[in-house]
Write a protein that binds this ligand. Structure first.
Ligand code: CP
Length: 305
């Protein structure tokens, strides 16, 4: 693996190997000194051209837990405001002696361009509505830890699928690991090419709930126009929100995931978000371990060492 840009076409054995490594790095993070010297002397740059709490901070935590140095690019205080291009910005940071870049950008494909321009590994931290591969890996890890496997599980992904890089990455990773995935949302928020995805699709959330092991809720992507296709957030919550009443229709072993940030009272009820069968904070914790596994795989040299 030279870069991590997408989960589409990722082989099953590679995904499983990253999840196995993540379990081991997760154990490292529980030690009194949660740090190993694996990437001492290496420098990881986080280049986030869009806002982030979870992804950027967990990559920084992961890099530091591997003893790498980190440098952080902040668009609002950078030379972007003086007209510097994405390519010149990337080349400038690379010339400082950076060994790997994590990139988030509003434009689909931006991480692929950096992978062409620079001779270092690139990790896609989210590009437009396209891909967010480490989010899918941490979600699959969280589900695997709960159920032991994704093989044969029924997973419903609910909400604004059309504008969601999280949904796109998860559909391909989950299907590759053997899960049956059903997309649930209004037809206007399903992707135009949904027939090419390895999924079923429906607008009837209540019909699906009693059959699923995992409900994966999505935030409406207002920044990408997601809220313009339904009348109001209260109507959206009425049809697609995971209220306490809907939660009661789930099987007792079923769990709820959400990539964050959550909008309580819209896609997820207050009580559901805080329920013991909500794995939202476990997802965040697993994000550090998964990102350690990915950084180590891309920068750690001989993986068997
Ligand atoms: N899930 C996710 O990508 O969250 P952030 O936008 O906070 O990184």
């Amino acid at each position: 693996m030279n870069h991590l840009l997408s989960t589409e076409h990722m082989p099953r054995d590679l995904i499983e190997a990253i999840l196995d490594d993540s379990d081991e790095f997760g154990e490292v993070l529980t030690r009194p000194i949660p740090k190993v010297p694996a990437l001492r002397g290496r420098t990881v740059a986080t280049m986030f051209f869009e806002p982030s709490t979870r992804t950027r901070m967990s990559f920084e935590k992961a890099a530091k837990a591997l003893s790498a140095d980190t440098v952080t690019f902040s668009p609002s205080t950078s030379a972007l405001s003086k007209g510097e291009s994405l390519k010149d910005t990337a080349l400038t940071v690379w010339a400082m002696g950076v060994d790997l870049m994590v990139v988030r950008h509003s434009s689909t494909g931006a991480p692929w361009r950096l992978a062409e321009w620079l001779d270092i590994p690139i990790i896609n931290g989210g590009d437009g509505a396209n891909q967010h591969p480490t989010q899918a890996l941490l979600d699959c890890l969280t589900i695997r830890q709960r159920f032991g496997t994704l093989d044969g599980l029924h997973i419903a992904i609910v909400g604004d699928i059309k504008h969601s890089r999280v949904a796109r990455s998860n559909v391909f990773a989950m299907a590759t690991l053997g899960a049956e995935v059903t997309l649930v949302g209004p037809p206007t928020l399903l992707p135009v090419d949904v027939e090419n995805w390895p999924v079923k699709a429906t607008a009837d959330l209540d019909a699906v709930l009693p059959t699923v092991d995992v409900v994966y809720l999505l935030r409406v992507q207002t920044e990408r126009g997601g809220s313009s296709v339904f009348p109001s957030f209260s109507e959206y919550a009425e049809r697609f929100g995971m209220s306490s009443e809907r939660f009661a229709a789930l099987r007792p072993e079923s769990v709820v995931l959400h990539p964050g940030p959550i909008n309580r009272g819209v896609e997820i009820g207050h009580d559901v978000a805080d329920h013991e069968r909500s794995l939202i904070l476990a997802q965040v914790t697993n994000g550090v371990a998964v990102r350690m596994a990915v950084l180590f795989r891309l920068l750690g040299g001989d993986h068997d060492e």
